[in-house]
Design a protein around this ligand. Structure first.
Ligand SMILES: *Cc1c(COP(=O)(O)O)cnc(C)c1O
Length: 402
């Protein structure tokens, strides 16, 4: 029986991308099979993680790797590793980092990289006991500022690659790595949703972190790839603060299987299928009054395009955010469609094709055209002040689990 009907959950159609709040991504059949096989069996986890290390090393071109509970856990644990090394006494003392002579406990990060991916990234740093040293302003950072911020207290330099970050005016990765390395400080790259598994290691990053459950289509887990000594020190955190963030056998096997699948996947065919959806949507929606649809490249350079839908509320009689909300909360009998609306106050949202099941692209189009027609017939324009929409969303969660 379908899990959603069994529990009475809404059968959402996901055109927002890989979202933790919707269950991350479609787990591919070979990954499901690999995980199902290991579930009733015992394995020696150190040995399974050795196999994971080899699989990650092969996929990422790194010396070693291991699997964590999530990319967020990987941030905390790799920073812990940069502070403690393989000293088990220090590992058990975290998150206390004060009063330890010679222990480095600061992490430099550009202010424009202080994102919230569901939780604030600075908190993932602070959870380890490290102190955050922000470099530059929100939309502007320079190499000299990073140079001054790195001192004898700096344990690591964290670099974030994501659509969440400011995309201009910041220090490019190559310069960031060169400056940190010139001062003997390791660079950790948070590449949670990046498709390219080799780029950051080959650019000189000491550690690179991925989510196994985003584009890779694994179970919820994090992947750490990088220098052996640092990976080992991060792995040892499982005997310390990592215990509360542990990954099970299913997550480790899922990550190994997802990496194998990713390397075998016919990326050209996937892209062509996605292009078909985008073209269908663009051509149909551009015929709607007040809508301008264009194909938009991924901001961090992943080989993934989305449809960017500009909504002119004067003509459509509905704002971009009200349209997104109407799609998500339809009348009975209609499928809820969740769009990528994190920038909706700028009067656009995106349709992301990467997590669609075949056939759903037609439902998305039908829902969009019917909501646009409904707005045209509405006696009053549908214009919720944006701040009210935000307040409503927060209020709607307040009474959970009611
Ligand atoms: C999603 C995301 C994370 C968190 O990844 P999880 O594996 O879900 O914990 C961290 N950083 C960035 C940039 C992300 O997009």
């Amino acid at each position: 029986m379908d899990t959603r009907s069994r529990f009475g959950l809404r059968p959402v159609i996901n055109v927002s991308g890989t979202m933790t709040s919707l269950g991350a991504s479609i787990v591919s059949a070979p990954v499901i099979e690999a995980v199902a096989h290991v579930l009733p069996q015992f394995v020696e986890i150190d040995d399974l993680q050795r196999k994971a290390s080899a699989a990650i090393a092969e996929a990422c071109g790194s010396e070693a790797g291991y699997v964590t509970a999530s990319c967020s856990a990987a941030i905390t644990l790799t920073i812990a590793a940069a502070m403690t090394g393989d000293d088990h006494g220090l590992i058990e003392r975290l998150p206390d980092t004060g009063g330890m002579p010679g222990m480095r406990n600061e992490v430099v990060i550009q202010t424009g990289h202080l994102v919230n991916y569901g939780a604030p990234i600075d908190q993932a740093i602070r959870l380890s006991g490290a102190r955050v040293v922000a470099v530059g302003a929100a939309t502007e950072a320079h190499g000299y500022q990073l140079g001054t911020a790195i001192t004898e207290r700096t344990a690591a330099a964290l670099y974030v690659v994501s659509h969440h970050t400011v995309q201009f005016g910041l220090i490019p990765l190559e310069e960031f790595i060169a400056l940190a390395h010139a001062k003997g400080v390791p660079v950790i790259v948070d590449a949670a949703s990046e498709y390219d598994l080799k780029r950051f290691i080959s650019a000189g990053a000491d550690l690179v972190l991925y989510s196994a459950h985003k584009f890779l289509g694994g179970l919820t887990a994090g992947i750490v790839a990088g220098r052996k000594a640092l990976v080992r020190a991060a792995y040892f955190q499982n005997g310390g603060i990592g215990r509360g963030m542990k990954v099970g056998k299913e997550g480790i096997v899922g990550a190994i299987a997802a990496l194998e699948q990713w390397q075998q996947r016919d990326h050209v065919a996937v892209r062509a299928r996605e292009r078909g959806y985008l073209t269908l949507w663009r051509e149909s929606l551009n015929r709607c009054e007040g809508v301008w649809a264009e194909i938009d490249a991924d901001p961090t350079g992943n080989p993934l395009d989305r449809l960017k839908l500009h909504i002119d509320p004067k003509q459509t009689r509905i704002t971009a955010w009200d349209l997104a909300d109407a799609l998500a909360r339809p009348s009975a009998g209609e499928a809820p469609v969740i769009v990528r609306d994190h920038e909706a106050e700028l009067h656009f949202f995106f349709l992301d094709p990467c997590n669609l099941h075949p056939g759903e692209e037609r439902v998305v189009l039908e829902r969009l055209t019917s909501e646009l027609e409904r707005a045209q017939r509405s006696p009053e324009p549908i214009v919720t002040p944006f701040y009210l929409r935000d307040a409503r969303r927060i209020a709607a969660r307040r009474n959970w689990p009611d």
